[in-house]
Ligand binder design. Structure first.
Ligand code: KIV
Length: 257
């Protein structure tokens, strides 16, 4: 299937069946997610924390994303692969198009970028260059320093109005779907009811959006040092790894006696 055919198939699910999206940053994980039938694989800039040991996503560069995007693109046969645009790679429409082209050259299907009304021109320019865009509104992790932390959105009438304006702006600009991160659950549901494109929630309540995205490591217990409050892990791979490594080390000690 072409990227556009995959997007059409995902959009056809809107309101009929939930759309699934998970992050992956490497070949084996992406291949497992693809073989499990996940609709969209996001090479998120969360790789800054999950893979590279940075405290937040503001340290992630285009070079990091290109490296990981290639690995995931090689693995996925059916899923739509989306590569995140790191901070300051889409500050103007021209820069956004130039960098989106570089990211697409890794073999992915689409790019994602954070921002609503303030990024309408950049999204439109990328879409007009023939590159599909997933938008991202609500809590924007790339603004962590500016805002002094991570804070749920949609708590006041003004914030709800701004989120509605963001949604309309990204849809108008031609985004094929939109991530809604950490908004009040009732607000995510209202945004979804008003949205002409699929909404994909994270930390915004279950069943409030057309689909959900999760950071893979949160889902499988792969990053035990920080687990967001809204996450319900389905596995504990870090405990399994520690157990296997300890068992192997003990066997080694025992064999050497
Ligand atoms: O980088 C990422 O993993 C993301 C998700 C939180 C949506 O943007």
């Amino acid at each position: 299937m072409t990227s556009n055919e995959k997007i059409a198939a995902i959009q056809a699910k809107m309101g009929k069946e939930p759309i699934s999206q998970l992050t992956a940053y490497d070949y084996p994980t992406a291949r497992m997610l693809d073989e499990a039938g996940i609709d969209m694989i996001l090479v998120g800039d969360s790789l800054g924390m999950m893979m590279l040991g940075f405290p937040d996503t503001t340290h992630v560069t285009l070079a990091h994303m290109l490296h990981h995007g290639e690995c995931v693109a090689r693995a996925a046969k059916n899923a739509l692969v989306i590569l995140d645009m790191p901070i300051h790679t889409f500050d103007t429409p021209e820069q956004a198009v130039e960098n989106a082209r570089k990211l697409m050259a890794t073999g992915v299907d689409a790019v994602k970028l954070e921002g609503g009304v303030s990024k309408e021109a950049e999204i439109r320019a990328i879409v007009q260059a023939g590159i599909p865009v997933q938008a991202h509104i609500g809590l924007l992790p790339q603004k962590v320093k500016e805002e002094g932390g991570y804070r749920m959105k949609g708590k006041t009438d003004a914030e709800v109005e701004a989120l509605m304006a963001d949604l309309q702006a990204v849809a108008r600009a031609g985004a094929f779907s939109v991530v809604i991160e950490c908004t009040r659950h009732s607000v995510a549901a209202a945004l979804t009811a008003a949205s002409p494109i699929p909404t994909i929630g994270i930390g915004s309540g279950h069943g409030t959006c057309h689909g959900e995205v999760s950071v893979f490591h949160d889902l499988v217990g792969g990053f035990p040092w920080f687990i967001p409050g809204f996450v319900q892990p389905k596995a504990n791979i870090s405990a399994d790894i520690t157990r296997a490594v300890t068992e192997w080390k003990n066997e080694l000690l025992h064999a050497s006696r």
